[in-house]
Design a protein around this ligand. Structure first.
Ligand code: GLU
Length: 300
């Protein structure tokens, strides 16, 4: 095969059972891989060691096999590659783009509440609705940083977003799906809206943003097909790609599947898990119909 063969991936986190939304995402990846003669990878995103389990991972593989999703082996399991993410973090730190952030979640909450009361207006939020990191420790002296780290004070590595966006310049991506307001084609979206995102924590030595960016590049992923809830996160991934000198995949953000009550499906909505549907006697063809995909799982 030539270098130009497309590469797709489905990248679930083994912290719960797969539901119809995951089935849609996996099958959409498979359909596009088949249509383009592309490869299809499965990546297990298990950086959150507290919530990921081997049982959920086995369940994911069983559900996908039942659905007729056929992936290449070996499967990349993120927890086995913390060194790769560490190397990327080190590169960002050496470039002066990452800093140790010492404010705890409680301190951030307290700071934001005080400021909102004092100023009578809301503190800026990221696209997911979380308050931006106040960044009080962004400009600490090297000496103070070293002293606090040496004293064992807990911290997270955060991206210095202002510096990073200034260094990266204009950013954009090619979208073949759509954003929440129908955005498609050439997208330019400012990652600055996310503030100083976390790159790594003490208990989780990488973040979703860093691991997904590094892995998509290491695995040669050319097409990222995933749910629309990750549309705005793409600006952060594009920024990290530019800072780390990694190529830009094409992005396709697809519809989300909503429950009967109009809520986005979540892993706790057990009634809609693939396992429950299978146990209730539904077939893979029924699942395809439920998520609005044409045809039964036709052989390629
Ligand atoms: N692991 C993420 C999730 O399960 C998906 C990451 C991605 O597709 O970029 O929501």
């Amino acid at each position: 095969m030539s270098d130009a063969q497309p590469v797709f991936r489905f990248a679930p986190s083994p912290n719960g059972e797969l539901h119809l939304g995951h089935a849609y995402s996996a099958l959409a990846n498979q359909a596009m891989a088949r249509a383009t003669g592309g490869r299809l990878l499965l990546r297990i995103e298990d950086i959150d060691r507290a919530r990921s389990t081997a049982t959920f991972e086995r369940q994911i593989e069983a559900d996908l096999a039942w659905l007729g999703f056929a992936w290449e082996t070996p499967v990349r399991r993120q927890s086995e590659h913390f060194d790769d993410y560490r190397a990327a973090l080190d590169a960002l730190t050496e470039a002066g783009l990452a800093y140790p952030a010492f404010m705890t979640r409680g301190e951030i909450r307290g700071f934001v509440e005080r400021r909102e009361t004092e100023e009578g207006r809301p503190w800026p939020r990221d696209p997911d609705g979380a308050p931006l990191y106040p960044g009080l420790d962004r400009d600490l002296s090297d000496g103070e940083r070293q002293a606090r780290m040496a004293a064992g004070e807990p911290f997270a590595w955060r991206l210095d977003m202002r510096r990073a966006t200034a260094m990266a310049g204009a950013l954009g991506w090619h979208e073949t799906g759509a954003g929440p307001d129908g955005e498609a084609g050439e997208i330019s979206d400012d990652p600055g809206r996310w503030g100083d995102v976390v790159l790594a924590r003490k208990d989780t030595p990488t973040s979703y943003h860093l691991a997904v960016t590094v892995d998509d590049a290491l695995q040669g992923v050319t097409h990222v097909v995933r749910g629309r809830d990750l549309f705005f996160a793409t600006s952060v991934h594009r920024l990290l790609q530019v800072l780390l000198g990694l190529p830009a995949p094409i992005y396709h953000h697809h519809d989300l599947i909503f429950g009967e009550d109009g809520r986005k499906l979540s892993k706790s909505a057990r009634d809609l898990s693939l396992k429950a549907l299978r146990e209730a006697g539904l077939t893979p063809a029924d699942v395809r119909r439920m998520v609005g995909l044409p045809g039964a799982a036709a052989a390629p």
